[in-house]
Design a protein around this ligand. Structure first.
Ligand SMILES: Nc1ncnc2c1ncn2[C@@H]1O[C@H](COP(=O)(O)OP(=O)(O)OP(=O)(O)O)[C@@H](O)[C@H]1O
Ligand SMILES: [Mg+2]
Length: 460
């Protein structure tokens, strides 16, 4: 459940609860006021009726609406009343020995004086009092129907309940809208944070520096920006460390390579029984490590680079020179390298970096091509771009790996097993270089089961 929804529910419930408490209090006050007024009315009647009973004649009471008021007068301690109004003769109401109270009475048939509930029950407000007259103590019970008030109360309750449900809906709608407005900065922070990936660690969330309101969301944006600063620095330190380590390895490796070559030459010259196999293995491994370190250095240098120089680079001539070089290597395995290059393939960027990237692609195409296969290199101008495609047969890359091949040290299983000797950094270098030049690179399998590596660069 979203925070917006939760907030709306909580506000709606809080509003409903306060509305409910207010309504209950109002109902209580209304009932209380009404009971007070009935009680006052009853008291007035009681006093008039008592005066009529004790000073005039009981018959006089009828003029005080004895059909509306219930009254019984007892001599203290006796069970038979000395006086009853007409209503009291028709209705028996339970009596209590306290001041005043409400009593429900089951009335048979239609009551002439008040509304009844469906089951015929009427409600009476009752009073009891003791008084002395001519030395005799009398107990006077009076009552008046309050039944008609029940209808009003039911209507009031229904009205309040309806009002409360409406208020609940309005509270929910209003708070849903308001929560949306209040949480908008959180959504923005969330959307922007999603875009801050490893490659875009320099991006920051917008926040108000000075002036304006410095609310919690502004603080959150600042805190997150601080976190991104620290992350970016840690990332840069890590990359620099790799670059430094590779750099430090470069010199000893060159020395080892020279030493291995020197040894090889000395053994060759001496004509001694040379441990040729060991020397060759040593030399191979040193070469391999040397390449690996250079590639790591290249890659980390690219990672640390924010932008490239913007010299005019003639991609066509780069490809032609490289194709010539690779043709020599390819010939040994009977592979032909064909080029189809349009004129005007110029881009803005760093020539040596682009040369290395295209070289890596050609290296792969020749390396993974079948013996006797054909490597096709094409270059054409697209819509404001230069499109280079290198196609080769040989291994088919599984669909799920066509993006992974651009990750560092990723190699498709069969090429790992076939022992071509690569470390899996070639395409990572290509990708980073192409991205630095504002382009894209993809690898896919064509319908003829050939591997197609495509680079699109913005043309100069
Ligand atoms: N043209 C291609 N044809 C077939 N498979 C390819 C091709 N290019 C890349 N691959 C696959 O993608 C993997 C990654 O390529 P990448 O160039 O990054 O590494 P590598 O060639 O194995 O090693 P390195 O380039 O570091 O010497 C390769 O191991 C290979 O399996
Ligand atoms: Mg490669």
């Amino acid at each position: 459940m979203s925070i917006r929804f939760k907030i709306s529910i909580l506000i709606a419930l809080a509003g409903f609860l306060s509305g409910f408490i207010f309504s209950a209090w109002m109902m209580h006050e209304v009932i209380h006021e009404y009971t007070e007024s009935v009680d006052h009315d009853l008291k007035m009647f009681s006093e008039e009726a008592e005066r009529a009973f004790f000073e005039d004649s009981p018959d006089e009471i009828s003029k005080y609406d004895s059909n509306k008021y219930w009254m019984e007068i007892y001599e203290s301690g006796k069970d038979t009343p000395v006086f009853r109004t007409e209503l009291a003769k028709r209705l028996t109401i339970a009596k209590r020995s306290s001041g005043h109270w409400n009593e429900s009475v089951k009335v048979d048939g239609k009551a002439p004086y008040a509304r009844q509930s469906r089951d015929g029950t009427s409600f009476f407000h009752m009073r009891m009092k003791e008084l002395s007259h001519n030395g005799i103590t009398y107990v006077v019970y009076t009552g008046a129907p309050v039944e008609y008030m029940r209808g009003e109360l039911i209507e009031l309750t229904a009205g309040l309940a309806g009002g409360l449900v409406l208020a609940l809906l309005l509270y929910f709608g209003g708070s849903y809208f308001l929560a949306g407005v209040i949480l908008k900065p959180v959504r923005e922070i969330n959307d922007r944070t999603k875009n801050i990936t490893e490659k875009h660690l320099h991006m920051r969330l917008p926040f108000r520096e000075k002036g304006g309101e410095n609310d919690e969301f502004n603080e959150l944006a600042k805190t997150l920006n601080g976190l991104f600063d620290r992350l970016e620095n840690a990332f840069k330190r890590q990359k620099r460390l790799i670059a430094d380590v590779s750099h430090e390895l470069k010199t000893p490796l060159s020395v080892m390579r020279l030493a291995a070559d020197g040894l090889q030459r000395k053994f060759d010259a001496s004509g001694a029984d040379i441990p040729e196999e060991d020397l060759r293995r040593l030399s191979d491994q040193v070469m391999r490590m040397d390449r690996l370190v250079k590639d790591i250095l290249n890659l980390s240098a690219l990672e640390l680079t924010g932008s490239v120089s913007t010299e005019q680079v003639d991609v066509k001539s780069i490809i032609e020179v490289l194709a010539e070089d690779y043709r020599i290597i390819a010939e040994d395995r009977g592979i032909s390298v064909n080029c189809m290059l349009s004129a005007g393939l110029t881009v803005k960027g760093d020539g040596s970096k682009l040369t290395r990237a295209i070289s890596n692609i050609l290296d792969n195409a020749v390396k993974y091509s079948d013996e006797g296969g054909v490597v096709q290199v094409s270059g054409r101008r697209g819509d404001g771009s230069v499109v280079i495609e290198v196609t080769n047969g040989g291994c088919v890359i599984p669909e799920q790996d066509t993006e992974k091949v651009f990750e560092e040290f990723f190699r498709v299983e069969q090429s790992r097993a076939s022992g071509y000797g690569g470390a899996g950094l070639g395409l990572a270098i290509v990708k980073r270089t192409v991205e630095l030049h504002g382009g894209i690179v993809t690898l896919e399998n064509s319908d003829e089961k050939r591997t197609v590596v495509k680079i699109i660069l913005p043309s100069a």
